[in-house]
Design a protein around this ligand. Structure first.
Ligand code: SAH
Length: 228
């Protein structure tokens, strides 16, 4: 009898619904699909990643709201739509190695990690980088590699990258990031002055030439630097 009970309990716990799935489904329909995102892999990843597990305790209730949220240290987790837009823009593929500058909460990294092979992410605020590393490990991700540091120089060791996502806004495009992008690769980056109007730019590298287009106006936290 005891064994049977135990087996039943195990069966129930292993078929448990993922937490807050309904809220994620609503987020996907209202904020993502209704606004024109149609990249299947991005939609599937965002339907799955438990965003509430990557925001601070006091923001958990708002995790699926249509807005950015504070994550401490003056930083924010981007609005879900912006994460979807940037992910779709780099057209991530299964075998991709992607570089992210600005780990923050780790949410964008998790969305990418559901789609691509390896994610390399750099965070300048040590506490945030360590917290994300810990949370992502607990969630079971083993293809996200986080480094604490200034992402201005990129991450040479694992370059070149199939795609690069920058989630803090510098006032110019860091040269090293362009260099570390693979031929045929795409980079998405907000460019502009701190806390003012910025442009999200999509850059493509082909035969050592770059083309870029402004895709939308955005407002990101500033890209900070270690003193030289
Ligand atoms: N992608 C994040 C968004 C975080 S906000 C998410 O999904 O939650 C942007 C982050 O960029 C902040 O955490 C900020 O500390 C970090 N950042 C700013 N300048 C940086 C730099 N030079 N190198 C690495 N990270 C930087």
């Amino acid at each position: 009898m005891k064994t049977i009970l135990l087996l039943i309990t195990l069966a129930i716990s292993s078929t448990q619904e993922p937490e807050r799935q309904t809220e994620r489904d609503i987020m996907i329909n209202k904020q993502i699909i209704n606004r024109g995102i149609n990249h299947e892999a991005t939609i599937k990843a965002m339907r799955k990643v438990e965003r509430h597990k990557l925001v601070p305790e006091n923001q958990r209730a708002n995790a699926y709201a249509d807005s950015p949220l504070p994550i401490g240290y003056g930083q924010t987790i981007s609005q879900p739509y912006i994460v979807a837009y940037m992910t779709q823009a780099i057209d991530p593929q299964k075998d991709y190695k992607v570089l992210e500058i600005g780990t923050g909460s780790g949410y964008q990294a998790a969305v990418l990690a559901e789609i691509v092979k390896e994610v390399y992410s750099i965070e300048i605020v040590e506490e945030l980088g360590l917290r994300a590393k810990n949370d992502l490990k607990e969630m079971g991700y083993n293809n996200i590699h986080i480094r604490i540091g200034d992402g201005y120089q990129g991450w040479e060791e694992f370059a070149p990258y199939d795609a690069i996502i920058v989630t803090a806004a510098p006032d110019h495009i860091p040269k090293k990031l362009l260099e570390q992008l693979k031929d045929g690769g795409k980079m998405i980056i907000p460019i502009g002055q701190a806390f003012s109007h910025q442009q999200l730019m999509l850059i493509e590298k082909k035969d050592d030439k770059y083309t870029s287009k402004n895709v939308m106006g955005v407002r990101f936290v500033p890209f900070t630097r270690y003193p030289e």
